[in-house]
Design a protein around this ligand. Structure first.
Ligand code: NDP
Ligand code: GDR
Length: 405
């Protein structure tokens, strides 16, 4: 193991995920030796970190990947023993709330007991006085229960928990076992209670990324329609690049504590949809109610459209803007699930249905509203986010449009 320099050594579980990739970049910039645990998959799963990888034969290697899994204690103990990390960031998890209803036992094992495995490994290896641990806790612990908000209407470090999914329930075990090991064994172990954070690297089935990918593809005539679940849930969305900075700051304090990381603003899914489409000059109008609600293309700002897609895109099919609404028949045709990808690119016209509700994306129990108070992180950690929601949407839209180049 090449740990010869005096730089700090970090181990990241979940390094192939959204946060793991940004955190690895941040720590490498700070001069850390970064180790990550990746899972073996039948196809490559390292797209988010490939740019960080150096050929092991070229020397000066400060980025190392190890095969492993949070369900495998012996593997976790062996890797921690080899790496002797100063800091462990436990980001590995089955992180999709809806999917956790399908695989509840697996989620308990990875997201709940996986956290215990990390803590126990550090204890077994007698690294308590050397290794600091960050646990990826979540705003899902609050469950969006209105009565548990503070007087100002936010969730903060003192708000009670009421998880509403197998994911949330597994993560609450991770939260408490981290706190318990801190108190029982005097370990430096922190929970970051992070509210939703997104980026161009966000997994494609989370709602923001699903929306920005669809808005880009629809604008370019490569997709007909976006199918969503609950349009009215409210989320406190920040940028993952800002949030990994808070993770690092939490492990640099004199004593370990838990922190809420959030923007302090909340937005409906339907408003995020409108912001994403606005980036390409499309105005969306909502019609209908419940499962029959649709988002219709109400107007097109032609200048904005061409500015955002860039002149290098070749837009085929109908020219923009097309002021003629299509017939209701053609609206139905363009929104058929099995035809959501078009053989021939065709840009949408005013009057087209671009968004539809599909109850398949509803959850058995929903978290209706999340809104966090980051005051403690801002005052105690000096954490200052750079992105607001508009900046986040722009960054994601630019990323998803450029994927079509
Ligand atoms: P992602 O889903 O993008 O990444 C999850 C990572 O965990 C991936 O690297 C994945 O590997 C890995 N992983 C999954 N199962 C296992 C396993 N059994 N053993 C080892 N590794 C595993 O999540 P994010 O980056 O968005 O989130 C990072 C962490 O923060 C997660 O714990 C998440 O629950 C938590 N969190 C996220 C928030 C957000 O808004 N993004 C908010 C609050 C908390 P692979 O690539 O092979 O699938
Ligand atoms: P969330 O994120 O459940 O908050 O968990 P997600 O983006 O999946 O859902 C946010 C809200 O949007 C609604 N929604 C849809 N969600 C998805 N995925 N797909 C849809 O089509 C859709 N339509 C509407 C959802 O019902 C929900 O209300 C994320 C994850 O990153 C967790 O790991 C993390 O802990 C929390 O954020 C904080």
């Amino acid at each position: 193991m090449n740990n010869s320099s005096t730089s700090k050594v970090a181990l990241i579980t979940g390094i192939t995920g959204q946060d793991g990739s940004y955190l690895a970049e941040l720590l490498l910039e700070k001069g850390y030796q970064v180790h990550g645990i990746k899972r073996r998959a039948s196809s490559f799963n390292t797209q988010r970190i490939d740019h960080l990888y150096q050929d092991q034969h070229e020397g000066n290697v400060n980025f190392t990947l190890h095969y492993g899994d949070l369900t495998d204690s012996t593997n976790i103990i062996r890797i921690i023993q080899e790496v002797q990390p100063d800091e462990i960031y436990n980001l590995g998890a089955m992180s999709h709330v809806k999917v956790s209803f399908d695989s509840p036992e697996y989620v308990a094992n990875v997201d709940g007991i996986g956290t215990l495995r990390i803590l126990e490994a550090v204890r077994i290896l007698k690294l308590e006085n050397k290794t600091r641990i960050y646990q990826a806790s979540t705003s899902e612990l609050y469950g969006g229960m209105p009565e548990n908000k503070n007087e100002a209407g936010f969730y903060d470090e003192s708000s009670p928990f009421y998880p509403r999914s197998p994911y949330g329930v597994a993560k609450i075990y991770g939260f408490w076992i981290t706190k318990n090991y801190r108190e029982a064994y005097n370990m430096y172990a922190c929970n970051g209670i992070l509210f939703n954070h997104e980026s161009p690297r966000r997994g494609e089935t989370f709602v923001t990324r699903k929306i920005t990918m669809a808005a880009a593809a629809i604008a370019l005539g490569k997709q007909d329609c976006l199918y969503l679940g609950n349009l009215d849930s409210l989320r406190d969305w920040g940028h993952a690049k800002d949030y990994v900075k808070a993770m690092w700051l939490m492990l640099q304090q004199d004593k370990p504590e838990d922190f809420v990381i959030a923007t302090g603003k909340t937005t409906k899914v339907r408003d995020f949809v409108q912001m994403a489409f606005a980036h390409v000059g499309f105005t969306i109008r909502w019609e209908g109610t419940g499962v029959d609600e649709v988002g219709i293309l109400d107007a097109i700002d032609e200048q904005k459209y061409f500015d955002s897609i860039g002149k290098e895109f070749e837009v085929q099919g109908s020219t923009l803007p097309n002021p003629e609404p299509r017939t209701s028949n053609s609206q139905l045709r363009t929104c058929h699930p099995e035809r959501s990808r078009r053989a021939e690119p065709q840009t949408p016209s005013v009057g087209d249905t671009l968004v539809k509700v599909d109850p398949r994306y509803f959850r058995p129990t929903e978290v209706d509203l999340l809104l966090g108070d980051p005051t403690k992180a801002k005052t105690q950690l000096g954490w200052t986010p750079e992105y607001d929601l508009q900046g986040l949407v722009e960054d994601m839209m630019i990323g998803d449009l450029s994927a079509h180049r």
